[in-house]
Design a protein around this ligand. Structure first.
Ligand code: SD4
Length: 343
């Protein structure tokens, strides 16, 4: 941190100094570019791809698309793209959304056999008068626009996990199981050998050197969900929201809980009221807690956010949510988000 940045940080108050990794302000007057991704283990590679664009004065929109496609193309990712866990009928269905600095947005849901749903979401935004396409219609639109149908075959990892899941066929996602260090070691793979599964959507938000914001979110949703289930990720305002005057936010976790409170929109609205990204995420998690009918220890919700000043932050309901931050002077910082429940 250089002197100017330090002064800005001090000026923002001691709360930031006490929690430097959880929402401090860095100000780089020459270049405000920054990118954040949910879940550190996949976020680093995704951020690096986004940075190839941001670092060369590209747009935040191009950056988030390139970034999240790294996860979509990773055949070993349990929870994003066609290599991911299927629904309970053994079919992978994908959700994605995108939003830019002009409040233009697009999304797809319940999309099958298309490798990069984020490209389809972007085309919905740029080529149609609509915001959201689902199922067969979304797939036809993708094919009509040159994308290939990839078939229904599950990846080796997903097939193994699915066969294991079929033994009991119970829909019981256990929060953050991938990050149970005691059980799986310090760097758990996304697919777990023993058939455990959970969730790991990538939500990415970025600001470019022009100071413009964009975001993208892409997922296979909750593993072994009911056929036809759609989560928060493709719902503008739930899984993703961008207001170029204020900031951007995205979410991960049990989508039903995020939809219930219009989570990402809520985070941006709290920032509009003057809350820091960290405090806005925390308040949105508190809203989830106030409204959910479910047991808090059975669900997870994590938000990340950036504002127009280049401040960032995140917060989760339960522990073990982390995210990756990359900026000119921050090389993929792993931030272990604070959580409301700490045990
Ligand atoms: C969903 N929010 O479909 C997604 C799942 C997720 O990390 O975030 N996984 O509900």
């Amino acid at each position: 941190m250089n002197r100017r940045q330090l002064l800005k940080t001090v000026a923002l108050g001691s709360a930031y100094m006490a929690m430097p990794k959880r929402g401090f302000s860095f100000s780089n007057n020459e270049d405000k570019s920054i990118v954040l991704s949910t879940w550190y283990n996949q976020g680093v590679a995704a951020n690096n791809a986004a940075w190839n664009i941001l670092g060369n004065q590209g747009t935040a929109l191009d950056a988030v698309v390139e970034g999240v496609m790294v996860s979509e193309n990773d055949i070993h990712n349990c929870c994003v793209g066609l290599g991911a866990n299927p629904d309970r009928d053994g079919i992978v269905t994908l959700d994605a959304s995108i939003m830019n600095h002009k409040s233009e947005c697009g999304s797809v849901a319940f999309l099958e056999q298309i490798a990069n749903p984020i490209l389809v979401a972007r085309m919905v935004m740029e080529k149609t008068p609509h915001v959201m396409l689902v199922g067969e219609g979304a797939q036809k639109f993708a094919v009509d626009n040159g994308l290939q149908l990839m078939g229904k075959k599950l990846s080796e990892d997903a097939n193994k996990t699915y066969q294991k899941w079929l033994e009991k066929s119970e829909y019981k996602p256990i929060i953050n199981i991938e990050r149970n260090e005691k059980k799986h070691g310090p760097n758990p793979p996304l697919f777990l050998e023993n058939g455990d599964y959970n969730h790991d959507t990538i939500g990415m938000i970025a600001m470019d050197s022009m100071g413009n914001l964009s975001g993208a979110c892409t997922t296979s949703g909750m593993g072994f969900k009911m056929r036809g289930r759609v989560g928060d990720s493709p719902i503008i305002g739930a899984g993703l929201y961008v207001d170029n005057e204020i900031g951007a936010a995205t979410s991960t976790g049990n989508g039903e809980e995020v939809i219930r409170v219009s989570g990402s929109f809520l985070v941006v609205e709290y920032m509009r009221q003057g809350y820091s990204p960290y405090a806005a995420c925390k308040k949105a998690v508190e809203r989830v807690v106030a409204k959910t009918p479910r047991k808090l220890e059975e669900i997870q919700v994590g938000f990340i956010a950036i504002n127009k000043e280049g401040e960032y932050g995140g917060y989760a309901l339960n522990k073990n949510f982390d995210y990756a931050v990359k900026a000119t002077e921050i090389d993929n910082l792993k931030v272990d988000a604070e959580s409301l429940i700490t045990n």
